[in-house]
Design a protein around this ligand. Sequence first.
Ligand SMILES: Cc1cc2nc3c(=O)[nH]c(=O)nc-3n(C[C@H](O)[C@H](O)[C@H](O)COP(=O)(O)OP(=O)(O)OC[C@H]3O[C@@H](n4cnc5c(N)ncnc54)[C@H](O)[C@@H]3O)c2cc1C
Length: 395
Amino acid sequence: MEFALTAEHDLIREMAYKFGQLEVLPGLAERDREARSDRTMLDKMAEKGILGIGIPEKYQGSGTDYISLGIACEELERADTSARVVMSVHSGLHSLTILQWGTEEQKQRWLPALAKGDRVGGFGLTEPNAGSDAINIRTRARKDGDSYVLNGEKTWISLADYADQFLVIALLENPAEEGKSHVAFIVDRNTPGFHSQAIHGKLGVRAGNTGQIFFEEMRVSATDRLGDDGDGFKVAMSALDHGRYTVASGAVGIITACLDACNKYCHERKVGGEEIGRKQLVQQMIANMVAGRDIGRLLYYQVGWMKNVGMRHTRECSMAKWQNCANAFKAANDAVEIHGAYGYCDEFPVERYFRNSRGAMIYEGTHEIHTIVQAEYELGYRKDRPLKVTLPPFE
Ligand SMILES: Cc1cc2nc3c(=O)[nH]c(=O)nc-3n(C[C@H](O)[C@H](O)[C@H](O)COP(=O)(O)OP(=O)(O)OC[C@H]3O[C@@H](n4cnc5c(N)ncnc54)[C@H](O)[C@@H]3O)c2cc1C
């Protein structure tokens, strides 16, 4: 087994770290306080080629592997969750799912613009009455000649106001076969019948855009359908295999950010004339963060490697997402503790890590759902069947 990262991985880490420091962090505290997202961040990410990481050169992507995508997410979230969310949605949930499920014509049509960041992709699965039980969505797709007409709404959609196109999962009104009712489309926001609306008052990811998207008699061509009629739920689950990978790797970035802040504070802050870093209960919290970071990297590197070689990785990805997000939240909670009262205000970044890390235990499968998934695999209640189409291995 080969554990070494390549020189290219190191370069990606350095580039994403610098991007976070130079482009994401300046002004972030204000944007987060004012709950103001910055659309220009997407353009800056595009300029650096970040939005093409993990997409083959054939489709004008960077040609770097899937581990590179994880590393970029880790370093972006070390700066702020809002930057990593862009990767989760645009690259993970949207672009990689097109790479996996698209026909060659669809890949040629959509991927180059997405990889260059000329267009931004979003993902619409969740609805007001269907989150964890996403199979029970109500958005309808009515077949009409060579097109479909969509009616419904999606909520808690990242980049709702910014994405140019969305991967949307709907229910066929008259499925040809019972149980084959879900269908997936790439829909363009400039289609009549589409509109979006921001969600305000979020606990975290306040510098990121989240909202609702609505479809009213919105016509979508059959050529914009991803997979066949009846494949929609499989498409959604594939998308989550990609999105969860980016969330799992990003969570490690939060732990690293907690360590960055606590390492500094432990040496600066003295209690009774002694640096708080000398206190053993503080050391316990630091040690837990180090374990979370190092184990978290192993978990997501493994998933990245499985993606690279074309192996199914649903169980491993769920494990990485479940554990890394829980460890990131714990690290952020401990980081607040280590900073005492100063951790309780926005003079230090740890309160932001605390709020941001909470969200990742909800989206892309709640903490409880992943707990159940892991138990079900172990007990034999859940088994993965071969995928209809697989993500192309990294060549
Ligand atoms: C910041 C943010 C960004 C998001 N971005 C997107 C996006 O881009 N696209 C998108 O489609 N969605 C997005 N979501 C939605 C997210 O995926 C859902 O919120 C998530 O799947 C949970 O669904 P829910 O909120 O409806 O909670 P519910 O499913 O209603 O769950 C409520 C509670 O019940 C528990 N629960 C539910 N079912 C079970 C069960 N079977 N066993 C035990 N406990 C259970 C849950 O764990 C949770 O504690 C986003 C959410 C957030 C917060």
